[in-house]
Write a protein that binds this ligand. Structure first.
Ligand code: HSE
Length: 312
């Protein structure tokens, strides 16, 4: 019936949202890909609201309605113009926090999708993306977290627009995740307020080339296309070893390298047909030279994005 709001969800369900790596070099605030580490919510409709963070990664996060996931659920209700039904919400994550892997975007998207599901799905995907992008201020983490794959997205006063790309064949990622946190606000505070026209042209031409190269599977162009002078040079002092990796990783098998989001994680692309051991050895060596601890891991690019399991 037109105009009748959908009935709220009354049975338990699970929402799983992936991590993401934003920017990919020159695609500042506009380009990202989805990484298979997950934030998972188990939502059980019941008479009262309970927020239950679980696991070591979420130690110290609020177990009440001030939790970011719950606030994200409320954003869905606000956009839908309806009150959020009460529920028990269990939250787990294996996305490392404040490392440039989109932990807040995964929490935000999982929460908005869960709130929308609890309300009976009044919002379509584009509305969910728009709510998430406006809350985060840029769409480059939330779009791949929602849709999976590689996403080019813009946010402006006319709305949020995106194109999702399936990852090219044979493209994998290697991430160096240092054992220290770097807040996005600190990493944004070091950026200049203005850029020259030469820097703007360099950025837009390389971002456009990168998007086109990813769309056509031109892995040979990634290293060149991933050059960036908008954010990485300014953030390099906050991430020991970053400048070396950007310059040298290709000699050790990387197809291209970039700071992941606002850092401190560094992302390298690799060809899945080639061994990554030389790249791992190089990245561990960079950490050692810089007195850093951390992990080096290989991942495929997640293609599923955020999933809702209603039979859980
Ligand atoms: N594009 C953002 C930045 C991603 O680099 O600041 C971090 O959330």
């Amino acid at each position: 019936m037109p105009g009748t709001p959908p009935p709220p969800q009354t049975t338990p369900f699970t929402v799983r949202a992936p991590a993401s790596s934003a920017n990919l070099g020159p695609g500042f605030d506009s380009l990202g890909l989805s990484v298979p580490l997950y934030t998972t919510l188990r939502v059980t409709p019941q008479a009262t609201t309970q927020v239950v963070p679980l696991g070591p990664e979420l130690d110290g996060t609020p177990a009440d309605e001030s939790n970011y996931v719950y606030r994200a659920m409320q954003l869905a209700a606000t956009r839908a113009g309806r009150p959020l039904p009460p529920a028990r919400i269990e939250i787990e994550t294996d996305v490392p926090l404040a490392r440039g892997l989109g932990s807040s975007a995964a929490a935000l998207v999982a929460g908005i999708v869960a709130g929308n599901e609890l309300l009976g799905r009044p919002l379509d995907d584009l509305a969910v993306l728009d709510v998430a992008a406006r809350e985060e201020g840029h769409p480059d983490n939330v779009a791949p977290a929602l849709f999976g794959g590689i996403v080019v997205a813009t946010l402006d006063k006319l709305g949020t627009h995106y194109v999702r790309l399936d990852p090219p064949a044979h493209l994998g990622v290697t991430v160096l995740i240092p054992d220290f946190e770097l807040s996005t606000s600190k990493a944004r505070a070091v950026l200049p307020k203005e850029y020259s026209r030469a820097d703007a042209v360099h950025a837009l031409s390389h971002a456009a080339l990168l998007a086109a190269a990813l769309a056509q599977g031109r892995l040979d162009l990634l290293r060149h296309a991933m050059q960036d002078y908008i954010h990485q040079i300014w953030r390099a002092p906050l991430v020991p070893g970053l400048s070396d990796i950007l310059e040298e990783a290709w000699k050790h098998g990387a197809l291209g390298a970039a700071l992941s989001g606002a850092g401190p994680t560094v992302l390298c692309f690799h060809d899945t047909r080639e061994p990554t051991a030389p790249l791992h050895a190089y990245l561990h060596g960079v950490m050692k030279r810089n007195g850093l601890e951390g992990r080096v891991m290989d991942f495929p690019i997640d293609t599923a994005g955020t999933l809702v399991d209603r039979d859980a």
